[in-house]
Write a protein that binds this ligand. Structure first.
Ligand SMILES: CC(C)(COP(=O)(O)OP(=O)(O)OC[C@H]1O[C@@H](n2cnc3c(N)ncnc32)[C@H](O)[C@@H]1OP(=O)(O)O)[C@@H](O)C(=O)NCCC(=O)NCCS
Length: 179
């Protein structure tokens, strides 16, 4: 366990590939909830379970290779949020990582869970020897406000970067943070 909320029972864990495999059905539901909520996380709703399963299979593979870290927030036995860290592997990039797929299940939002996940992922990055974090998120999203609040610097905006659930192309905001 790498963190605990004031709220009884809430904890953050860094999972091994084996542990992630055990909770795969919950990870699928979590991703589907994020996509259904309109989050810009690479997919459009409705997200078929097979597509979500394929996605997580890729994540697990990279975890086994040591190039990806998965942290999950859970309350009792329910997975309520997650965040990932993709560790750069190029020779000249071993000091950096990308924060990806931060999401908290809609039933558990606004309770400080994303804050805990971000703090835990930054600690995991430090432990992995990474000193630069980069990430991007949809302009105008809740996540954009969150990253700006948590010490991430806006590097720029890319227009029309990704299609949203509304069918429109949305801008993305690129952030970085030196640890
Ligand atoms: C963005 C998201 C992860 C926030 O999760 P959360 O657990 O509700 O966030 P927290 O309760 O920890 O809040 C973190 C901070 O962000 C702020 N925040 C959260 N939701 C917000 C919103 N809708 N509007 C403005 N600020 C918001 C909070 O005020 C809080 O600030 P504080 O620490 O100063 O109090 C969640 O809304 C989500 O999963 N969204 C869909 C997925 C997504 O868009 N992920 C980003 C992909 S890059």
């Amino acid at each position: 366990m790498v963190g605990r909320n004031q709220q009884a029972g809430m904890k953050i864990d860094l999972l091994s590939e084996q542990q992630a495999k055990v909770i795969l059905p919950q990870l699928i539901v979590l991703l589907q909830d994020a996509v259904d909520s309109g989050a810009s996380v690479g997919f459009l709703p409705p997200l078929a379970p097979e597509v979500a399963e394929d996605y997580w299979a890729g994540v697990l593979k990279e975890m086994a290779q040591g190039t990806r870290i998965l942290l999950v927030a859970s309350e009792v036995d329910e997975i309520v949020g997650a965040v990932q860290l993709e560790l750069a592997t190029r020779q000249n990039a071993l000091h950096r990582a990308e924060v990806q797929k931060l999401f908290v299940h809609r039933r558990f939002r606004n309770q400080g869970i994303a804050r805990l996940l971000m703090s835990a992922v930054e600690n995991a990055a430090r432990e992995a020897g990474r000193t630069l974090l980069a990430l991007d998120t949809q302009r105008g999203s809740a996540a954009e406000k969150l990253y700006a609040k948590y010490g991430y610097t806006q590097a720029g905006i890319i227009p029309q970067y990704a299609r949203g659930a509304d069918g429109m192309l949305h801008d993305t905001v690129v952030f970085y943070r030196l640890l």
